[in-house]
Design a protein around this ligand. Structure first.
Ligand code: SAH
Ligand code: SF4
Length: 396
């Protein structure tokens, strides 16, 4: 939880929106709340913050005034700052968010967060880092250097912003508009860690954040509806299963090491065989809890019929879903998206091998926006972006 020392030596307010239980307990201890009271106070605050989404301390009606006064003096309920918001005709929303400095020498950082609604669900695509160290050759984020890891609070903060903007708190009015889910009572039903960054290179913050997001008394989005996507940080996969326990998506993208080395350079460290072994051992893996393998469709690179057949063979025995992602081009890239016909052929081979058809209906694709290509700039969601995001929403 950031408490930034200013030049004058004063501490900035402690941010409680996004805090974990232990961070809240620490903040309360610092305010002199006796240990015996701490658990009860944490639970009360937690509800106000994560069920009601309150933004002012006086709204916390069951908390004694003296404590509220201390909280207001030393803490705040601020979210990351929204620099820009775009709403597409399809109801997709994209927020450019500015994170406050995490320490005295940090200038702050900008990230994007995207909401993708469908009639029966709403998926929020969340970032774990500003930039990425991994340099996958087809990924725009990979061309930016890593600015910094996000804190747990900043990761939770992205979900809170989306709830703020969609009016999805207890006793608040829901956002209305075209494209929003009409089934069920929730607007954000799924969270995917598929924005900027490699979540398993920011393990502790991502874990702590997802435990707040999935906690029934926290933001209450079930772990089965949260997907963590990794480019294949093999040593952390078992820990992710044991300590976080969400659904897992693996960015495979190639069936041969020689090609994957070029697309996902991390493959040189953790080749395909090791990655798939880690997947086979993923805690909780079963036919009901499959791993999603992401496969970006790059024209003439990894999209042949032979590749599709090899992919099916490679994944044999692993409870898996396959998610074909149309490549989302960016200025300066050397890759092109596979032809639509080729994506369909590829998809058919996978479908015939018993995997649910991963490329969806045009109407479905239409309402989505891009996620794999997030960068810190505002721009309109292009048709291609929408396509790519649709494929990535993977929320069945
Ligand atoms: N770093 C993690 C999660 C973020 S990227 C990972 O790599 O898995 C989320 C997904 O978007 C990954 O599968 C990634 O390979 C894919 N992706 C990245 N750039 C893309 C692009 N330009 N077009 C389509 N998908 C892309
Ligand atoms: Fe990083 Fe994922 Fe992009 Fe690779 S695909 S550079 S791991 S964000």
């Amino acid at each position: 939880m950031p408490s930034v020392a200013s030049a004058a030596g004063e501490s900035a307010p402690v941010r409680l929106a996004g805090a974990t239980r232990s961070e809240l307990a620490r903040a309360l201890a610092d305010l002199g709340v006796p240990t015996g009271e701490s658990n009860m106070r944490v639970s009360q605050l937690w509800r106000w913050i994560y069920h009601s989404g309150v933004r002012e301390f006086p709204a916390m009606r069951n908390i004694a005034k003296p404590l509220l006064a201390k909280l207001a003096e030393r803490c705040d309920l601020r979210r990351p700052e929204i620099v820009a918001e775009q709403v597409s005709a399809y109801g997709a929303r994209k927020w450019l968010l500015r994170m406050p400095p995490a320490h005295a020498f940090d200038k702050g950082a900008e990230i994007e967060c995207v909401y993708i609604p469908e009639h029966d669900r709403g998926t929020l695509c969340v970032s774990s880092q500003v930039g990425c160290t991994l340099n996958c050759s087809f990924c725009h984020t990979g061309t930016q250097r890593l600015v910094r890891n996000l804190t747990a609070g900043e990761i939770v903060g992205q979900v809170m912003i989306a709830r703020d903007r969609l009016g999805e708190w207890l006793d608040t009015e829901r956002a209305k508009g075209p494209g929003l889910p009409t089934e069920g009572d929730r607007l954000i039903t799924n969270v995917v860690m598929m924005g900027m960054g490699e979540p398993l290179y920011n393990f502790e913050a991502v874990r702590d954040a997802l435990l707040v997001v999935s906690d029934g008394d926290g933001l209450g989005i079930s772990k089965r509806r949260i997907t963590l996507s990794t480019s294949g940080v093999v040593p952390m996969i078992a820990r992710a299963g044991a300590e976080i326990g969400t659904m897992l998506a693996v960015s495979l993208h190639a069936v041969r090491n020689e090609l994957r080395d070029r697309l996902v350079p991390l493959n040189r460290k953790y080749p395909i065989e090791q990655l798939l072994d880690a997947c086979r051992n993923y805690p909780g893996l079963s036919n009901a809890r499959r791993i999603t393998f992401e496969y970006v469709m790059l024209k003439g690179i990894n999209d042949s019929t032979a590749d599709a057949k090899a992919l099916v063979r490679l994944l044999q025995g692993i409870p898996a879903k396959i998610n074909l992602i149309p490549f989302n081009p960016w200025p300066g890239t050397k890759y092109e998206c596979s032809d639509w016909q080729q994506i369909e052929t590829f998809s058919e081979i996978i479908f015939n091998a018993g995997y649910a058809s991963p490329v969806r209906t045009p109407r479905g694709r239409d309402i989505l926006a891009a996620c794999g290509q997030l960068k810190s700039a505002t721009e309109k969601l292009s048709a291609r972006e929408r396509l790519a995001l649709r494929a990535m929403a993977m929320t069945d």
